[in-house]
Design a binder for this molecule. Structure first.
Ligand code: NDP
Length: 294
């Protein structure tokens, strides 16, 4: 029997830990859960048969999963857990974190005999609820094989390289989400000002080469409806695009479009609100064009 621990029962972590619990029941493992707001861990335990635990208790697990907002919060819990970690354990960080933090955290944990894998996820809250997330893993390939059976929330698992590569791929993926979301918003605002029906415009774009997840799903379902359901915070998307900019600097690369969109998303975060859904970034475009995208 292995002890699995999940820290961070947010929009993503809560359903991910639920899938871990189903897997654990079938294979004779136990799942400990920890959340900063402890009531959420208690509710998870009652709903899914997990055990709410302290940071000291989760630190003694064989496999530790984290899904927190940024690498800074992972640092916070890691520093409190460090004295209680067990050699031979694996830390699987599903946060959309920073590649530089992964390098540092992996080295700190390695000194304690603990292996770190950066394993951010994509697929959104629906993918998390369905247990169909894509997991992009950086770190030791053999360590991934040890924990792969426990990735019960995954539909697809890809080893993308050494430590930090998972976080790097996630940051670039989300920067691309930002680019398509922002650019499609600009295009639609302009078409709206030209008097074009935006439903008809999207019908054409989605049958043509301008289509993307933003045009096919996000904008029709969240922007045109004016619902903007807050499943993925604008502040988190701006953070991810910022990591892609840091990555560009770190490798002395040149990615001006990604940098521009990162700056625009940061502006939208300040103007529209960090806790709004990421699609609400388009409200800044609406203000810039004095035209609602509807
Ligand atoms: P949420 O804001 O829903 O949840 C954040 C979690 O982190 C909560 O459990 C919260 O605890 C906890 N937390 C916040 N601050 C601290 C802290 N200082 N110390 C300890 N715990 C803390 O975020 P998501 O679940 O949406 O996102 C989690 C990660 O997954 C992020 O890196 C995000 O970029 C990524 N992601 C999100 C997706 C989405 O669609 N939402 C999709 C793919 C990746 P508390 O309950 O106490 O607030």
């Amino acid at each position: 029997m292995s002890t699995l621990a999940f820290l961070g029962l947010g929009a993503m972590g809560d359903p991910m830990a639920a899938h871990l619990a189903t897997h654990a029941r079938a294979h004779g493992h136990r799942v400990l859960v920890w959340n900063r707001t402890h009531a959420k861990a208690g509710a998870h335990a009652r709903a899914h048969g997990t055990q709410a635990a302290t940071l000291t208790e989760v630190a003694a697990a064989d496999v530790i999963f984290t899904c927190l907002p940024t690498s800074a919060e992972v640092d916070e819990v890691m520093s409190q857990m460090r004295p209680h970690l067990r050699p031979g354990a694996t830390w699987v960080d599903c946060t959309s974190g920073h590649p530089d933090a992964a390098t540092r955290q992996a080295a700190e944990l390695a000194a304690l005999g603990v292996t770190f894998l950066d394993a951010p996820v994509s697929g959104g809250t629906v993918g998390a609820q369905q247990g169909r997330l894509t997991v992009m893993v950086g770190g030791d390939a053999a360590a991934l094989e040890v924990v792969r059976p426990h990735l019960a929330f995954a539909g697809k698992v890809v080893h993308v390289g050494g430590t930090g590569a998972g976080f790097a791929v996630k940051a670039v993926n989300n920067a691309l989400l930002g680019v398509t979301l922002w650019a499609t918003g600009e295009g639609l605002a302009v078409l709206g000002r030209a008097g074009v029906n935006l439903g008809a415009a999207l019908d054409v774009i989605n049958a043509s080469s301008g289509r993307s997840n933003a045009s096919e799903n996000l904008i029709p379902q969240r922007v045109l409806t004016r619902e903007f359901p807050a499943t993925f915070a604008l502040g988190l998307l701006a953070k991810d695009a910022g990591i892609a900019v840091d990555l560009t600097q770190g490798v002395q690369g040149s990615a001006p479009v990604l940098a521009q969109v990162a700056a625009l998303l940061r502006a939208a975060q300040h103007v529209v609100g960090a806790h709004e859904d990421h699609t609400a970034a388009l409200k800044l475009i609406e203000a810039m064009n004095a035209k609602e995208i509807r």
